[in-house]
Ligand binder design. Structure first.
Ligand SMILES: [Zn+2]
Length: 76
């Protein structure tokens, strides 16, 4: 498994991006699980945001992922 950390985005960078956030506040695991080899981690707190993606951080370019642990908005 390859772990890649995302970057915490500035407010200006978040503008215009689709924000991906958890819609079930009671769950605790990654926001998304697939069958690949890349794990994407929050750039603020190392929370596992996306597990086993087929691609690395380029897979989430253009979106902002809200960390359910620390609230940071992450991007590639
Ligand atoms: Zn975080």
């Amino acid at each position: 498994m390859l772990d890649e950390s995302l970057r915490v985005l500035s407010r200006e960078e978040v503008d215009g991006r689709h924000v991906v956030r958890r819609d079930t506040p009671t769950s605790t695991g990654p926001l998304f699980v697939s069958w690949g080899t890349f794990n994407l981690l929050c750039g603020g707190c190392d929370f596992l945001l996306m597990s086993r993606l087929p691609q690395g951080r380029e897979a989430v370019s253009g979106v902002a992922i809200e960390c359910p642990n620390c609230g940071a908005l992450n991007g590639a």
